[in-house]
Structure formats: structure tokens, C-alpha cells
Ligand binder design. Structure first.
Ligand code: HAM
Length: 418
């Protein structure tokens, strides 16, 4: 039998309610901050990601789903949402429109990673991007949106970790310091880090190899190399967050796995659901749009991983109760009552009440069992007598009561009792 590709997951109807719940919370949070939805293609020209995400990142070097289309063009399934939004912003000349530009997305993304709990090859993100505002208020606003979203989901064991990785000026000095620190250890480092040493030594700080992690533990910290402007920016972000009552920890080890960041970087981390604890990550990226041959537009944003959020919500008991079935089940006893149930069901649906009738030729007893199993609230029974009276016997399964209700009054009756 053909099976699902490794690292992908089906969302079955019995699980979809939890996704819809988180997606609705995401939309509510974004719209409370006046972000509007943006939709971009699932695949883009490969160059967008190699230039945007950065050719020293694992994402670009090892994890992209890249292929030639039938026209011989190299295209890539998006490994994240930021680069596509930046491309759309530039392509539609939105820098000349109303700023700040604020957009959110709910997308699938693709990375060829080693699958484990919370790490998939096809995964889903809720992301927000804000363009045009260079000041610390924009960073604080975006972090506050992320914080509100997670708090609204009821999560308690999620912590905000914050760092600044400076701008291209102060980072150049930092790179020199890192190189001086790592140079004597280069022989002990993994092959990837030997390349990183030459191209982007900060990436070594993100290496998952035990040996490299040990060496990196005592490496110089970017925070000690920030220029005056970057330091002032970071201080203001921290002050704004404290004033807004958003708790954080400064964590100098956060460098993020994508190359486009500058200044503020942050991650919301949970210990509730195993190794993949980062449920949301983001930061400022003031040079990305310029790097993509666009105008220089300051930007800040984040993305949350939906699968990781759902794992953490389950571990913290924050998932809502599972969906129930139709509100009303219409049980028929013979051909004539089935036909009447079919018509009544249509009337109830147009009155906004979800309902079902028998499609399997089941006995009344089995229809009751089905209604009970699927969690219907009411069962309206129709037989020969009910048809002649023009009324159904309606059982309220929650109240364990039963009443005769005229067909014409059924919708009102159900609405009143719900
Ligand atoms: P990222 O840290 O690569 O950032 O991904 C954001 C979130 O997506 C992670 O914190 C994690 O929850 C989830 N995620 C990433 N990879 C996987 C995976 N293989 N399986 C399951 N979940 C995963 C970005 O993608 C940036 N574009 C965020 C951003 C937006 N920065 C600025 N704007």
C-alpha cells in the first residue's frame, strides 16, 4: 500500500478541530493588531531562498525541496514564509503604499529534516511580518502580538528568550572576535563548522554537534560587541516589553537559523513537549529587502510552528474539547418517514442547525447508537404516527427528556434549547 511520505502528517477529521481552534486564535491575534492576511505561492524561484534565507544556513544547504520544473527552471517548495512575503511586497511596489505594512499568513512549509516529534518535513506556520518601521516600538509590538497569541491559547509554560545580534557594522567586529576564539579549535570542529568558520562564524553557535557545542559554550557574546545604536535599540525593546508586562530572559545563545536577521532576535520556548521546544521564533531583518535588490525597508516578524504548538497545548492540557457531531439527528423508521426526515433536515440546515439523517439503511436502534456516538444533542424520531400528526418525538440527549414538536416548529424549538 502506498504510504504517506516520511516527515508528513495527515490531519484527520477527528483532529482538525484543534487546528481550526489554533488557526482562529492566530487570526484573532493578528487582526487585533491590524495585520491583514497575505497568501503567496507554495513554491518560488530557488534563488529567492538562497539569497533571502542565506547560503550559509542549513535550510538552504541541506533542507530545501528543490527541483527543475518542466521548463527547466529551478524552483523550491518554501522552507518558510518570510522570503515570499518580502518578494510580494517588493513585486507589488507596496513600499510606495501605506506603511507600516502588516501582514500575517497561515502556511505549509517544507524542510528536508530528520523527522522526530515536533520536527517534520511538511509543517505549518502562523507568521506575521511588519515592514517600514525601524524603531523599537515595532519590535515590541510584534513580540507583544506573539505573546498575546500564545497566552490566549492558555499556554503557561512558554518563555520568551531575547537577544540582539547587532547590525552589519558591529557584527563585523564580532565575527573577528569569534574567528580569533574559534581558530585554535578548528581541528576539533565538525566539517560543516569548518566551512562556517570561513563564511559565517556566527553559524557555529547554532551547531547541534556535541563537540562544537562544547567549544561554542565559552565563545564571545554578541551583546558585548553591540554598537551604541544597536545597544540603545535593544535597551528600548526591553524597556517596552517590561512596561507591557511581558516577561523575558536575555539569552545570548539565540542566533537564529536564518541569515537575514539583525538586532532583535527572539524565541518562545516550552519545556512541555520534548526536544523541539521552540514554538515560535523571529526577529528584526532590516537588510533583507535591500539584499533582494529592493528598496531598503526595515522589517520585523515571527513565525510559530503549528505542530509544535499543538504538541505543547496537548501537554499543557490546553486543547479545547473535541468537536461533537450534528446538532440534530433525524431518525426515520420506514421509506415515508426517511423521505420526510430528508426534507426536514434541509429546512433545519437552512435555519442554521447542523443535522444528519440515515444514509446507511440502519434500524432505529442503530440510528440512535450512531447519534449518541457522534455526539448529537437532539434526536428527532419520525414514524408513521409522527407523519400523520405532522410532529416528531424529539429527544434531548443531554437533558434526557423527550417532547412532541410540530415539524414547522422544530427549528425554533432546537434553537431555544441550545
Ligand atoms: P524558524 O525559526 O525557522 O523561523 O521557524 C519558525 C518556527 O517554525 C519554529 O520555531 C518552529 O516552531 C517551526 N518549525 C521550523 N521548522 C520546523 C520543522 N521542520 N517541523 C516543525 N516545525 C518547524 C522562520 O521560519 C522565520 N521565517 C520566522 C520569521 C518571520 N522571522 C521573521 N519573520
Amino acid at each position: 500500500m502506498i504510504q504517506i511520505p516520511k516527515g508528513c502528517k495527515d490531519v484527520l477529521p477527528s483532529q482538525a478541530y484543534a487546528w481550526q481552534y489554533v488557526e482562529a486564535a492566530a487570526r484573532r491575534a493578528a487582526e487585533a493588531y491590524a495585520f491583514k492576511e497575505i497568501r503567496t505561492p507554495v513554491f518560488e524561484h530557488t534563488e529567492l531562498f538562497s539569497r533571502g534565507v542565506g547560503d550559509t544556513t542549513d535550510i538552504v544547504n541541506k533542507e530545501m525541496y528543490t527541483f527543475l520544473d518542466k521548463g527547466g527552471r529551478s524552483v523550491t517548495l518554501r522552507p518558510e514564509g518570510t522570503a515570499g512575503v518580502a518578494r510580494a511586497f517588493l513585486e507589488h511596489g507596496l513600499a510606495g503604499g501605506v506603511l507600516p505594512f502588516k501582514a500575517y499568513y497561515l502556511i505549509s512549509a517544507f524542510r528536508y529534516e530528520r523527522p522526530q516529534a515536533g520536527r517534520l518535513r511538511e509543517f505549518h506556520q502562523f507568521g506575521c511580518e511588519l515592514y517600514g518601521a525601524a524603531g523599537a516600538f515595532a519590535d515590541a509590538e510584534v513580540i507583544s502580538l506573539a505573546d498575546a497569541f500564545l497566552k490566549n491559547l492558555g499556554l503557561c509554560r512558554v518563555e520568551l528568550r531575547l537577544n540582539s545580534i547587532g547590525c552589519k557594522h558591529c557584527r563585523a567586529r564580532y565575527h573577528e572576535a569569534l574567528k580569533a576564539y574559534f581558530a585554535p579549535h578548528i581541528g576539533e570542529m565538525c566539517e560543516d563548522c569548518k566551512v562556517r568558520f570561513g563564511k559565517n562564524p556566527m553559524r557555529i553557535l547554532d551547531c547541534k554537534t556535541e563537540g562544537c557545542k562544547r567549544i561554542a559554550a565559552d565563545a564571545p557574546r554578541m551583546l558585548d560587541y553591540l554598537c551604541d545604536d544597536c545597544r540603545a535599540h535593544f535597551e528600548q525593546v526591553k524597556t517596552l516589553l517590561s512596561e507591557a508586562g511581558i516577561a523575558y530572559t536575555v539569552d545570548p545563545s539565540i542566533v537564529r537559523g536564518l541569515d537575514y536577521y539583525s538586532r532583535t532576535v527572539f524565541e518562545f520556548v516550552s519545556d512541555a513537549a520534548g526536544a523541539q521546544g521552540t514554538v515560535l521564533g523571529g526577529g528584526r531583518y532590516d537588510t533583507l529587502l535591500e539584499q533582494m535588490d529592493g528598496k531598503s525597508v526595515p522589517a520585523v516578524g515571527f513565525a510559530a510552528g503549528m505542530e509544535r504548538l499543538l504538541l505543547v497545548m496537548e501537554a499543557e492540557n490546553c486543547l479545547p474539547p473535541a468537536d461533537t457531531g450534528a446538532v440534530c439527528y433525524l431518525a426515520g423508521m420506514d421509506d415515508a418517514s426517511h423521505a420526510q426526515a430528508f426534507l426536514l433536515a434541509q429546512q433545519l440546515r437552512s435555519a442554521g442547525i447542523s443535522c444528519e439523517t440515515d444514509l446507511m439503511g440502519r434500524s432505529v436502534k442503530s440510528q440512535f447508537k450512531y447519534a449518541d456516538k457522534t455526539g448529537a444533542r437532539f434526536v428527532a424520531v419520525l414514524g408513521e404516527r409522527e407523519l400523520s400528526e405532522g410532529a416528531a418525538e424529539v429527544k434531548d440527549l443531554r437533558a434526557s427528556s423527550s417532547e412532541r414538536v410540530k415539524f414547522a416548529e422544530l427549528a425554533e424549538y432546537i434553537k431555544r434549547r441550545m
